[in-house]
Design a binder for this molecule. Structure first.
Ligand code: ADP
Ligand code: MG
Length: 721
């Protein structure tokens, strides 16, 4: 790290800026290759016998239990298909309790009894594997003497091909569990929660005399990210060790002009996006929307929504592909929630809904006040959110997300629901029993004769709400960009299942009585009166809301470690046990894993900051101090009456300021080193000391000769691309 390196990085980044109009166009249409690297229905039909393919598709499409006798045939077909797509290896691809995915490859290649090379892949290879996976976090679920972990095929998420420059690997989406069938991953609880919700929903719909239909929980995960030139990244140990800049003074211009959001996309970036999309489409991931985000160098990718389990897998793959393609283009994709202080951070918006047959249950329809299923379902969601907001908050905990939540760019740590005036008014009518007609659509006028008339959404957007009803889905916005969507959706599904069951029990009691509709309204009114405190349509960033939320008794779990504690709450343990999602032991293990991961990240940040301050910043500050000292001495030596020399005063002030800063720098470094390890008791102090150290370094950055500053500056990282 030196000023020379920094200049070279600027030089290198500027050489990679792509001139406009340099995009190659080889005429490939996405429809020609969409899903080609996925063992999807058409590949299944092509490579499997009719009988076997029907059985497998029944499991994939309708959730039928898998007939174990087909595993051998499926493995054979999958192998032939994968080899035809260039694969040499296979792997169970799973999602342990880290922030990423895991894979361990085995070659199809084996030797037969004659010692000749053959390509094998058996039903057993497909169905399960026993990786020596003893180093994954388990929160004490696996003692090392019986550290066996098993991965098991998830047939509902199709196998896919992951390519590398020298070949490809067949990836089999899998779950990861212990010898005692305890969940060691994020997929098992998610799948358990989906089953629980489906079951509860069938019961709920039966109360309205609805015939059983296929239920699908859907997710559209909007992914935000930053891109910077790799040359800068390599000059920033904080970035490559922690994912965020631990130092960096705000540049004069960052996002104040609001000109990046939805702005024209730079050629180098759109090149990157196009390449990402091509890879995603090959994998059957329906990337749909791309745009510039609020902060400079920040972008978003949103797919078309899919079934939850698949959508979560696809989001994990999307994050991986964003990073890989960036690397190939001399860029780095930062998925951290707050890579740069002072500008917006990145979130992941979870758009959630449920379909029953072909019907979206969150679609209010033309006449919502008479849409009984919609109103009852909405009431269940409100009750679920109010009763279990602590779990939803818990699902947002990461060391990175700490910098986002409540920072006036993301929802605060208080979970509330935004419904918009239109729906809120309907709920008020139900609560009061006073029904008035209100026009449902909001007309928009362009004010130009040639422009068509358009209708606005019933609910306007409220960007400050953590959980907003957006037309026909709920959008949970508090998750961090680097997180898996699993936790939030697991918790929310269970919470909703419980509320559906609560309402179903009441509806079942009124049975098919003649005044079912009146009684139904009474039930909903009672539930709403109790739980509508979680609805808030105002500005979630205002201090008024914090006071108001306090008055309403809504939990506000400010620190990450507090926000994890609901995992140990007996009320939540009972809920999870009742729905078969987690045993108390599994929940406790998760608490251990997540709190430990959090503390380790805080500790790593402190150590990196300490190290950089001591070895990169302090030497430069001392050099600067030395230079000022020498200059001052020269001035004093040169002149008989140095007091008369213009500029002497300035020099003296600068010398003194620099001396103070050097002393403060040393003091903060020592303090951090003295605290030593971050733990549950000193965590806030540790974080604050790391922050104090940053404050000193950032002031130094503004004072030290720009030619000598060793770290790429914000203005360079955010703007040269
Ligand atoms: P925003 O305005 O917040 O950027 P969009 O309206 O572009 O959001 O949609 C965001 C996401 O919501 C997309 O991924 C989209 O596929 C998803 N979405 C739309 N309908 C549903 C649904 N019924 N269930 C789940 N996600 C949905
Ligand atoms: Mg959104």
């Amino acid at each position: 790290m030196s000023a020379t390196n920094r200049r070279q990085a600027i030089e290198s980044a500027s050489q990679h800026i792509t001139p406009p109009g340099s995009l190659p166009n080889d005429g490939k249409a996405p429809i020609d290759y969409y899903g080609k690297d996925v063992f999807n229905a058409s590949a299944i039909r092509k490579y499997l016998s009719r009988g076997a393919s029907e059985k497998l598709l029944a499991t994939i499409q309708n959730g039928a239990p898998l007939d174990p006798s087909v595993a051998g045939d499926v493995a054979h077909a999958m192998k032939d298909w994968a080899i035809s797509r260039g694969a040499t290896h296979f792997t169970h691809w799973f999602q342990p309790m880290t922030s990423g995915t895991a894979e361990k490859h085995d070659a199809f290649l084996d030797l037969n009894e004659q010692g000749e090379a053959i390509m094998t892949f058996s039903g057993r290879n497909l169905v399960m594997s026993e990786p020596d996976a003893s180093s994954f976090p388990s929160g004490g679920l696996r003692c090392t003497f019986e550290a066996r972990g098993y991965t098991a095929w998830d047939p509902t998420s199709p196998a896919f091909i992951k390519r590398n420059p020298h070949g490809a690997t067949l990836c089999i989406p899998s779950t990861f569990l212990s010898f005692n069938s305890e969940a060691l991953d994020k997929k098992i609880p998610l799948q358990r929660s989906i089953s629980a919700l489906k079951q509860a929903l069938l019961r709920f719909m039966a109360c309205f005399n609805e015939a059983p239909e296929r239920v699908a929980v859907t997710l559209g995960a909007e992914q935000e990210y930053f891109l910077i030139d790799k040359a800068f990244y390599l000059q920033r140990p904080d970035l490559y060790q922690t994912g965020r800049t631990l130092f960096g003074a705000p540049p004069a211009r960052h996002q104040q002009l609001e000109d990046h959001y939805f702005g024209a996309i730079k050629p180098r970036v759109i090149n990157f996006m196009a390449e990402v999309e091509e890879e995603l489409w090959r994998l059957g991931i329906p990337a749909k929307t791309r745009h510039n985000e609020v902060a400079p160098a920040q972008f978003e990718l949103a797919p078309t929504f899919e079934e939850l389990n698949l959508a979560v897998d696809h989001n994990m793959l999307t994050m991986e592909i964003l990073q890989r393609v960036a690397e190939k283009n001399g860029l780095v994709c930062l998925l951290h929630e707050k890579p740069f202080a002072g500008v917006n951070g990145s979130g992941k918006h979870n758009n959630w809904s449920v379909t029953y047959g072909s019907r979206n249950l969150l679609e209010p329809g033309k006449d919502p006040i008479n849409n009984r299923v919609f109103l009852a379902f909405l009431t269940a969601l409100i009750r679920a959110t109010d009763l279990h907001s602590d779990l939803l908050r818990c699902a947002t905990v990461t060391a990175g997300n700490d910098h986002r939540l409540g920072a006036n760019e993301a929802p605060p740590a208080i979970i509330s629901i935004y419904l918009g005036e239109f729906l809120s008014d309907i709920l008020r009518q139900i609560e009061s029993g006073d029904f008035r007609k209100r026009s449902s659509k909001h007309a928009l006028k362009v004010g130009v004769a040639t422009a068509p008339n358009i209708e606005g959404d019933d609910s306007d957007r409220n960007r400050t709400s953590p959980f907003a009803f957006t037309g026909n889905k709920f959008e949970f916005r508090a998750c961090g960009s680097s997180q898996s969507c699993s936790e939030f959706n697991t918790f929310f599904n269970v919470a909703v299942a419980e509320s559906l069951d609560y309402l179903s029990e009441k509806f079942e009691a009124i049975g098919n009585s003649d005044d079912f509709d009146d009684q139904l309204r009474d039930i909903l009114a009672e539930v709403l009166r109790k739980h509508d405190r979680v609805v808030y349509n105002g500005d979630n960033y205002s201090s008024r809301w914090i006071e108001e939320a306090n008055r309403r008794g809504l939990p506000c779990l400010k620190t990450a470690l507090d926000a994890l504690k609901p995992l140990l709450n007996p009320k939540n343990c009972r809920l999870m046990e009742k729905y078969g999602i987690f045993t108390t032991v599994e929940l406790e293990s998760r608490y251990d894993v997540y709190s430990e991961e959090y503390l380790r990240k805080i500790q790593i940040e402190g150590e990196v900051a300490c190290d950089m301050a001591r070895n990169i910043i302090l030497p430069v500050a001392l050099e600067s101090y030395d230079f000022l000292a020498k200059t001052l001495k020269t001035v004093r030596d040169l002149c008989e009456n140095p007091k008369g020399v213009k500029g002497r005063k300035v020099l003296e002030t600068k010398f003194e300021t620099m001396g103070n800063l050097v002393a403060q720098l040393e003091e903060k470094i020592e303090k951090l080193a003295q605290i030593g390890a971050a733990n549950a008791d000193n965590c806030q102090e540790y974080i604050q000391t790391t922050r104090d150290l940053r404050t000193v370094v950032d002031v130094l950055e503004t004072l030290v000769d720009d030619r000598k500053w060793p770290l790429p500056k914000y203005r360079e990282m955010l703007f040269i691309m």
